[in-house]
Design a protein around this ligand. Structure first.
Ligand SMILES: [Zn+2]
Length: 309
Protein backbone atom coordinates (compact mmCIF):
# COMPACT_ATOMS: atom_id res chain seq x y z
CA UNK A 1 0.00 0.00 0.00
CA UNK A 2 1.39 3.44 -0.86
CA UNK A 3 2.20 5.49 2.18
CA UNK A 4 4.53 8.31 1.33
CA UNK A 5 4.07 8.77 -2.37
CA UNK A 6 3.58 12.26 -3.73
CA UNK A 7 0.19 11.67 -5.29
CA UNK A 8 -1.17 14.67 -7.12
CA UNK A 9 -4.70 15.40 -8.08
CA UNK A 10 -4.90 14.51 -11.75
CA UNK A 11 -5.86 17.95 -12.98
CA UNK A 12 -3.35 17.31 -15.71
CA UNK A 13 -6.07 15.87 -17.89
CA UNK A 14 -7.05 19.39 -18.77
CA UNK A 15 -3.60 20.33 -20.08
CA UNK A 16 -4.00 19.15 -23.63
CA UNK A 17 -7.47 18.19 -24.60
CA UNK A 18 -7.19 16.05 -27.68
CA UNK A 19 -10.23 14.28 -29.12
CA UNK A 20 -9.93 11.31 -26.79
CA UNK A 21 -9.63 13.24 -23.55
CA UNK A 22 -12.09 15.81 -24.84
CA UNK A 23 -14.65 13.06 -25.24
CA UNK A 24 -13.91 11.81 -21.72
CA UNK A 25 -14.40 15.28 -20.23
CA UNK A 26 -17.57 15.95 -22.23
CA UNK A 27 -19.08 12.68 -21.04
CA UNK A 28 -17.95 13.50 -17.52
CA UNK A 29 -19.86 16.76 -17.74
CA UNK A 30 -22.91 14.67 -18.63
CA UNK A 31 -22.33 12.56 -15.53
CA UNK A 32 -20.94 9.52 -17.37
CA UNK A 33 -17.64 7.68 -17.28
CA UNK A 34 -16.22 6.50 -20.60
CA UNK A 35 -13.06 4.65 -21.44
CA UNK A 36 -11.59 3.85 -24.81
CA UNK A 37 -10.92 0.40 -26.24
CA UNK A 38 -7.31 -0.45 -27.01
CA UNK A 39 -6.28 -2.69 -29.92
CA UNK A 40 -5.82 -5.47 -27.40
CA UNK A 41 -9.50 -5.19 -26.45
CA UNK A 42 -8.69 -3.73 -23.04
CA UNK A 43 -10.70 -0.71 -21.96
CA UNK A 44 -8.39 2.13 -20.97
CA UNK A 45 -9.88 4.43 -18.36
CA UNK A 46 -9.47 7.35 -18.13
CA UNK A 47 -9.04 7.22 -21.90
CA UNK A 48 -5.66 8.06 -23.37
CA UNK A 49 -4.50 8.38 -26.96
CA UNK A 50 -2.08 5.52 -26.40
CA UNK A 51 -2.48 2.24 -24.59
CA UNK A 52 -0.19 2.62 -21.56
CA UNK A 53 0.54 -1.12 -21.75
CA UNK A 54 2.29 -1.03 -25.13
CA UNK A 55 2.19 2.50 -26.53
CA UNK A 56 -0.04 1.56 -29.45
CA UNK A 57 -2.76 3.93 -30.55
CA UNK A 58 -6.15 3.17 -29.11
CA UNK A 59 -9.20 2.47 -31.28
CA UNK A 60 -11.96 5.04 -31.73
CA UNK A 61 -14.43 2.95 -29.75
CA UNK A 62 -15.56 4.62 -26.54
CA UNK A 63 -17.05 2.40 -23.85
CA UNK A 64 -19.21 3.53 -20.96
CA UNK A 65 -17.82 2.15 -17.71
CA UNK A 66 -18.92 2.20 -14.08
CA UNK A 67 -20.11 4.36 -12.55
CA UNK A 68 -19.54 1.89 -9.74
CA UNK A 69 -16.11 0.41 -9.31
CA UNK A 70 -13.60 -1.11 -6.93
CA UNK A 71 -10.71 0.30 -4.93
CA UNK A 72 -7.41 -1.17 -6.09
CA UNK A 73 -5.16 0.67 -3.65
CA UNK A 74 -5.32 3.71 -1.43
CA UNK A 75 -3.34 6.05 0.77
CA UNK A 76 -5.02 7.68 3.76
CA UNK A 77 -4.63 11.45 4.12
CA UNK A 78 -5.17 12.22 7.79
CA UNK A 79 -4.40 15.91 7.47
CA UNK A 80 -5.60 17.35 4.17
CA UNK A 81 -3.69 20.27 2.69
CA UNK A 82 -5.36 23.41 1.39
CA UNK A 83 -4.75 22.18 -2.13
CA UNK A 84 -6.60 18.92 -1.52
CA UNK A 85 -10.12 18.46 -2.83
CA UNK A 86 -11.61 17.70 0.58
CA UNK A 87 -11.17 19.52 3.86
CA UNK A 88 -11.62 16.43 6.02
CA UNK A 89 -9.50 13.30 6.13
CA UNK A 90 -9.89 11.21 2.99
CA UNK A 91 -7.99 8.70 0.91
CA UNK A 92 -6.32 8.97 -2.45
CA UNK A 93 -7.40 5.83 -4.21
CA UNK A 94 -6.87 4.00 -7.45
CA UNK A 95 -10.37 3.15 -8.54
CA UNK A 96 -11.21 0.83 -11.40
CA UNK A 97 -14.77 1.33 -12.67
CA UNK A 98 -16.71 -1.78 -13.68
CA UNK A 99 -15.91 -2.62 -17.29
CA UNK A 100 -12.56 -0.81 -17.28
CA UNK A 101 -9.15 -2.49 -17.28
CA UNK A 102 -7.24 0.41 -15.76
CA UNK A 103 -7.84 2.62 -12.77
CA UNK A 104 -8.21 6.33 -12.08
CA UNK A 105 -6.62 8.17 -9.20
CA UNK A 106 -9.21 10.13 -7.28
CA UNK A 107 -10.27 11.18 -3.81
CA UNK A 108 -12.27 8.68 -1.77
CA UNK A 109 -14.55 10.31 0.75
CA UNK A 110 -15.88 8.22 3.63
CA UNK A 111 -18.02 11.09 4.90
CA UNK A 112 -18.28 12.06 8.53
CA UNK A 113 -16.74 8.71 9.43
CA UNK A 114 -13.47 10.26 8.27
CA UNK A 115 -13.12 12.16 11.52
CA UNK A 116 -12.93 9.00 13.56
CA UNK A 117 -9.80 7.01 14.15
CA UNK A 118 -11.60 3.99 12.70
CA UNK A 119 -11.95 5.48 9.23
CA UNK A 120 -8.80 4.04 7.62
CA UNK A 121 -9.69 0.62 9.02
CA UNK A 122 -12.98 0.70 7.18
CA UNK A 123 -11.21 1.09 3.87
CA UNK A 124 -10.10 -2.01 2.09
CA UNK A 125 -8.89 -3.06 -1.30
CA UNK A 126 -11.78 -4.36 -3.33
CA UNK A 127 -14.39 -2.21 -1.63
CA UNK A 128 -17.16 -0.96 -3.90
CA UNK A 129 -17.36 2.75 -4.57
CA UNK A 130 -19.17 5.11 -6.87
CA UNK A 131 -18.62 8.67 -8.02
CA UNK A 132 -20.29 11.57 -6.28
CA UNK A 133 -20.86 13.97 -9.16
CA UNK A 134 -21.37 17.68 -8.71
CA UNK A 135 -24.91 18.79 -9.63
CA UNK A 136 -25.37 18.86 -13.43
CA UNK A 137 -25.46 22.65 -13.59
CA UNK A 138 -22.10 22.92 -11.85
CA UNK A 139 -20.22 20.42 -14.00
CA UNK A 140 -17.80 21.96 -16.47
CA UNK A 141 -16.04 19.01 -18.06
CA UNK A 142 -13.24 18.60 -15.55
CA UNK A 143 -12.06 15.69 -13.45
CA UNK A 144 -13.26 17.66 -10.41
CA UNK A 145 -16.83 17.25 -11.74
CA UNK A 146 -16.52 14.15 -9.62
CA UNK A 147 -16.33 15.66 -6.16
CA UNK A 148 -14.99 12.37 -4.85
CA UNK A 149 -15.78 8.69 -4.93
CA UNK A 150 -17.78 7.34 -2.03
CA UNK A 151 -18.22 3.84 -0.63
CA UNK A 152 -21.37 2.08 -1.73
CA UNK A 153 -24.14 2.20 0.79
CA UNK A 154 -23.92 -1.04 2.70
CA UNK A 155 -26.97 -0.49 4.86
CA UNK A 156 -30.08 1.37 3.91
CA UNK A 157 -30.34 4.01 6.57
CA UNK A 158 -32.64 6.53 4.96
CA UNK A 159 -35.06 5.23 2.36
CA UNK A 160 -37.02 8.41 2.93
CA UNK A 161 -39.87 9.93 1.03
CA UNK A 162 -37.36 11.43 -1.39
CA UNK A 163 -36.93 8.03 -2.91
CA UNK A 164 -40.47 8.07 -4.18
CA UNK A 165 -40.12 11.47 -5.79
CA UNK A 166 -37.21 10.54 -8.02
CA UNK A 167 -37.80 9.23 -11.50
CA UNK A 168 -38.32 5.56 -10.81
CA UNK A 169 -35.95 3.04 -12.27
CA UNK A 170 -37.27 -0.19 -13.70
CA UNK A 171 -37.27 -1.96 -10.34
CA UNK A 172 -38.97 0.86 -8.49
CA UNK A 173 -41.42 1.16 -11.37
CA UNK A 174 -42.33 -2.49 -10.89
CA UNK A 175 -42.70 -1.88 -7.16
CA UNK A 176 -45.14 0.95 -7.89
CA UNK A 177 -47.01 -1.28 -10.33
CA UNK A 178 -47.36 -3.72 -7.44
CA UNK A 179 -48.79 -1.17 -5.02
CA UNK A 180 -51.17 0.00 -7.76
CA UNK A 181 -52.58 -3.56 -7.54
CA UNK A 182 -52.51 -3.72 -3.76
CA UNK A 183 -49.37 -5.88 -3.60
CA UNK A 184 -46.08 -5.20 -1.86
CA UNK A 185 -43.19 -6.53 -3.93
CA UNK A 186 -39.52 -6.95 -3.26
CA UNK A 187 -36.46 -8.61 -4.75
CA UNK A 188 -34.46 -11.46 -3.27
CA UNK A 189 -30.69 -10.96 -3.53
CA UNK A 190 -28.99 -13.92 -5.25
CA UNK A 191 -25.97 -13.55 -2.92
CA UNK A 192 -27.23 -12.83 0.59
CA UNK A 193 -30.83 -14.05 -0.02
CA UNK A 194 -32.19 -11.01 1.76
CA UNK A 195 -35.49 -9.62 0.49
CA UNK A 196 -35.29 -5.94 -0.35
CA UNK A 197 -38.49 -3.87 -0.21
CA UNK A 198 -38.96 -1.62 -2.13
CA UNK A 199 -36.54 -3.21 -4.55
CA UNK A 200 -33.96 -1.11 -6.32
CA UNK A 201 -32.70 -3.66 -8.79
CA UNK A 202 -29.50 -3.91 -6.76
CA UNK A 203 -28.58 -5.37 -3.41
CA UNK A 204 -27.25 -2.48 -1.31
CA UNK A 205 -25.08 -4.90 0.65
CA UNK A 206 -23.54 -6.93 -2.15
CA UNK A 207 -23.82 -4.50 -5.06
CA UNK A 208 -25.19 -7.21 -7.35
CA UNK A 209 -28.27 -6.91 -9.58
CA UNK A 210 -31.46 -8.42 -8.21
CA UNK A 211 -34.35 -9.76 -10.31
CA UNK A 212 -36.15 -12.47 -8.31
CA UNK A 213 -39.49 -11.00 -7.39
CA UNK A 214 -41.06 -11.78 -4.02
CA UNK A 215 -44.41 -10.66 -2.66
CA UNK A 216 -44.28 -9.83 1.02
CA UNK A 217 -46.85 -9.56 3.77
CA UNK A 218 -48.84 -6.47 4.66
CA UNK A 219 -47.99 -7.00 8.30
CA UNK A 220 -44.71 -6.17 9.91
CA UNK A 221 -42.81 -4.91 12.92
CA UNK A 222 -41.76 -1.39 13.90
CA UNK A 223 -37.96 -1.42 14.23
CA UNK A 224 -37.34 2.24 14.99
CA UNK A 225 -39.52 5.32 14.88
CA UNK A 226 -39.60 9.08 15.29
CA UNK A 227 -42.31 11.33 16.68
CA UNK A 228 -42.98 14.30 14.39
CA UNK A 229 -44.38 17.56 15.64
CA UNK A 230 -44.45 19.43 12.34
CA UNK A 231 -47.72 19.02 10.44
CA UNK A 232 -47.59 17.21 7.10
CA UNK A 233 -50.66 17.11 4.85
CA UNK A 234 -50.05 13.43 4.06
CA UNK A 235 -49.71 12.39 7.67
CA UNK A 236 -52.02 11.98 10.65
CA UNK A 237 -52.43 14.96 12.96
CA UNK A 238 -49.40 15.96 15.01
CA UNK A 239 -47.80 14.51 16.91
CA UNK A 240 -47.57 11.65 14.41
CA UNK A 241 -45.11 8.81 14.10
CA UNK A 242 -42.92 7.85 11.16
CA UNK A 243 -41.29 4.48 11.52
CA UNK A 244 -39.14 1.86 9.90
CA UNK A 245 -41.41 -1.11 9.40
CA UNK A 246 -39.88 -4.51 8.72
CA UNK A 247 -42.55 -6.29 6.69
CA UNK A 248 -42.88 -10.01 7.35
CA UNK A 249 -40.87 -11.77 4.66
CA UNK A 250 -38.58 -8.81 4.01
CA UNK A 251 -35.12 -8.09 5.37
CA UNK A 252 -34.92 -4.33 5.03
CA UNK A 253 -37.23 -2.02 6.90
CA UNK A 254 -39.20 0.55 4.93
CA UNK A 255 -40.25 4.01 6.02
CA UNK A 256 -43.93 4.41 6.79
CA UNK A 257 -46.38 6.38 8.87
CA UNK A 258 -47.96 4.84 11.94
CA UNK A 259 -51.45 5.76 13.08
CA UNK A 260 -54.29 4.37 15.14
CA UNK A 261 -52.35 4.68 18.38
CA UNK A 262 -51.23 7.73 20.40
CA UNK A 263 -47.70 8.69 19.41
CA UNK A 264 -46.39 8.15 22.93
CA UNK A 265 -47.54 4.52 22.89
CA UNK A 266 -45.66 3.46 19.75
CA UNK A 267 -42.92 0.94 20.61
CA UNK A 268 -39.98 -0.71 18.94
CA UNK A 269 -41.08 -4.26 18.20
CA UNK A 270 -44.76 -3.28 17.87
CA UNK A 271 -46.67 -5.35 15.31
CA UNK A 272 -48.50 -3.38 12.61
CA UNK A 273 -50.51 -3.86 9.43
CA UNK A 274 -50.73 -1.68 6.32
CA UNK A 275 -53.91 0.35 5.99
CA UNK A 276 -54.64 1.01 2.35
CA UNK A 277 -56.59 3.92 0.96
CA UNK A 278 -59.92 3.10 -0.68
CA UNK A 279 -59.22 1.33 -3.97
CA UNK A 280 -60.72 4.13 -6.08
CA UNK A 281 -58.01 6.46 -4.75
CA UNK A 282 -55.11 4.21 -5.71
CA UNK A 283 -52.46 5.36 -8.14
CA UNK A 284 -48.90 4.25 -8.92
CA UNK A 285 -47.67 5.53 -5.62
CA UNK A 286 -46.55 4.22 -2.26
CA UNK A 287 -49.14 6.51 -0.67
CA UNK A 288 -51.76 3.90 -1.63
CA UNK A 289 -50.69 2.63 1.77
CA UNK A 290 -52.09 5.34 3.99
CA UNK A 291 -50.19 4.23 7.05
CA UNK A 292 -49.69 1.28 9.39
CA UNK A 293 -51.83 0.54 12.42
CA UNK A 294 -51.16 -1.71 15.40
CA UNK A 295 -52.49 -5.26 15.37
CA UNK A 296 -53.32 -7.39 18.37
CA UNK A 297 -50.13 -9.44 18.52
CA UNK A 298 -47.39 -9.50 21.14
CA UNK A 299 -44.40 -7.20 20.55
CA UNK A 300 -41.37 -8.75 18.88
CA UNK A 301 -38.36 -8.94 21.24
CA UNK A 302 -35.64 -6.42 20.57
CA UNK A 303 -32.99 -9.11 19.88
CA UNK A 304 -34.86 -10.35 16.84
CA UNK A 305 -35.11 -6.91 15.20
CA UNK A 306 -31.79 -5.49 16.34
CA UNK A 307 -29.97 -6.47 13.15
CA UNK A 308 -32.50 -4.58 11.03
CA UNK A 309 -31.87 -1.20 12.67
ZN1 LIG B 1 -27.27 -9.24 -1.11
Amino acid sequence: MPTNHALEFPGGYTRSVGPVIGRFLSELRDGKLVGVRAESGRVVFPPLEYDPANGHSVTDEFVEVGPGGVVESFAWVAEPLASHPLDRPFAWALIRPDGADTAILHALDVGELARGAEAPKRLRIGMRVRPDFLPATERIGDIADIRAFRPDVTMITAPSRLEYDIKPGRALDRFLEGVSEGRILGHRCPVCAKVIVPMKGLCPKDGVPTTEEVEVSHTGTVTTFAVNNLPDPRAPEVPFVSAYVLLDGSDIAMVALVSGIPADQVRMGMRVRAVWKPREEWGRTITNIRWFEPIDEPDVPFESIAEYM
